[in-house]
Write a protein that binds this ligand. Structure first.
Ligand SMILES: [Zn+2]
Length: 449
């Protein structure tokens, strides 16, 4: 690690001659001869593609999409740091999306669509050398901020939806998941009784909030935090915005609307390992509704990463084949994901068992439009060869029947609702980084003269 620049002296730059030692080292020379090059492997084997017959399948009438973005702001002297997070949810009639010109969307038309249809939420977290007044450290500051933000935003609808998810408000009502203590790190703080907003750690007696059950404190050190906590908050909040829409329909008993809504998330349907609790609750929610014969239609689109790369290589090979019947679908089983996409040997745990609440599906709508998506199955299917059939998924046919109405040719494989949600959530649109820095008031010199 180089020294950073200070007030009087510049930072440490890399030496321009020290590579000579490395090049002349016998050991380095010898080690390099032992490396084996990995060549690019063009895997020509095709995924299990099949034609999904959608005749008579009704597309979903409503689309709700979420996206988020974050922007880190550092003071000029690098001493203080905080991070802004913005998330947005966009509600669109599928019919209106189909009216948008997929190649040249008119800005006024977009503006009309966005009016009254979007909500957005902002949050800001101190990462370094900033704390919330009366809180001694960064961790407690961030915990308090999360509690205040989620409790108050949009009249508390996100907060109520979060409690509904954590306490399984759809029934049977339960206590909250157990959580580690966010204050003293006790192993088990104990679950909170049904619907409580706060309680006490059963080991050390510290006050804990239901928002702590989200587990974000795992990503925060006592005295500083990294962008990881902002990233995790953003990922969780995007899902909570979708759950909030579902919760509102459920509360008003509008099951017809639920059965006609496509929930769209930008990115895979998963939470990182330390948020396994949320993965579990999402699976419970989805499988409960499925068992009641009320499907919740969720799709997550992967726009980068291994699955997306795999899709691109498949599409490249398929161009050489004759035109099939559209649409074409490939379901990627756990074994396929491990062996062909990740290219890893079989592991102890089934692929995605701790993290994913959606399984991987590749879709080609026509020769030029392909998507890598995640669609839930409800409870996790533990078999290596699963999922393999269309009926394993929740509403695969209706979800795929809806996608052609949402196609946009603005970006490769892009969907109108995701483009619009991104437009609202994207922080680079406004205010710019410099404006955020001024707004945050951290651009004055922090170090003593
Ligand atoms: Zn404790």
């Amino acid at each position: 690690m180089p020294y950073q620049g200070g007030e009087h002296l510049p930072g440490q730059a890399a030496s321009k001659t020290s590579h000579i030692d490395v090049i002349e080292s016998r050991l380095m020379q010898e080690l390099l001869t032992r490396f084996e090059r990995r060549e690019f492997e063009d895997d020509q084997r095709l995924a299990p593609w099949f034609h999904l017959d959608l005749s008579g399948v009704k597309p979903l009438g409503d689309t709700v999409a979420t996206d988020g973005s974050l922007h880190k702001v550092t003071s000029d002297d690098g001493f203080r740091e905080l991070c802004f997070v913005k998330t947005a949810r966009f509600h669109l009639r599928t019919g209106d999306a189909a009216q948008v010109d997929p190649q040249f969307p008119h800005p006024l038309q977009i503006q009309r669509l966005m009016k009254d249809a979007a909500i957005h939420c902002s949050a800001v977290f101190p990462l370094r050398n900033m704390v919330l007044g009366r809180f001694a450290n960064v961790r407690d500051s961030i915990r308090e901020l999360i509690r205040e933000i989620i409790t108050h935003e949009h009249g508390g609808i996100v907060y109520e939806a979060m409690k509904w998810l954590l306490y399984q408000g759809w029934g049977p009502e339960s206590e909250s998941p157990d959580l580690g203590c966010p204050v003293k790190g006790c192993k088990s703080a104990g679950p909170l009784p049904y619907n409580e907003d706060e309680g006490r750690c059963r080991e050390c007696g510290a006050k804990i909030y239901i928002t702590d059950v989200l587990g974000l404190h795992h990503d925060i050190g006592e005295d500083s935090a990294s962008e990881a906590v902002a990233n995790a908050y953003m990922a969780i909040h995007e899902v909570l915005l979708l759950v909030a829409h579902l919760y509102r329909l459920w509360r008003s008993g509008d099951f017809d609307a639920i059965d006609d809504t496509l929930f769209v998330k930008d990115g895979p349907l998963m939470f990182r390992g330390q948020y396994a609790t949320l993965t579990k609750r999402m699976r419970q929610l989805l499988s409960y509704f499925r068992d009641e014969n009320r499907n919740i239609y969720i799709v997550g689109q992967e726009k980068s990463g291994l699955v997306f790369d795999h899709l691109e290589s498949q599409v490249r090979h398929l161009r050489r084949h004759s035109e099939p019947a559209w649409p074409q679908v490939a379901i990627l089983s756990h074994a396929y994901m491990r062996g062909r996409v990740q290219r890893l040997p079989k592991a102890q745990h089934t692929y995605g068992s701790r993290t994913n609440y959606g399984e991987k599906v590749l879709i080609r709508l026509d020769p030029s439009f392909a998507l890598a998506v995640n669609i839930p199955t409800g409870e996790f299917m533990s078999s290596e060869s699963a999922p393999s059939e269309a009926h394993h998924f929740i509403g695969l046919d209706r979800i795929i029947a809806t996608l052609p109405h949402l196609v946009s040719y603005l970006h490769e494989g892009s969907l109108v609702p995701i483009n619009l949600a991104h437009g609202i959530a994207s922080l680079s649109y406004y205010p710019s980084g410099a404006a955020l820095q001024r707004f945050a008031g951290i651009d004055d010199v922090a170090r003593p003269p």
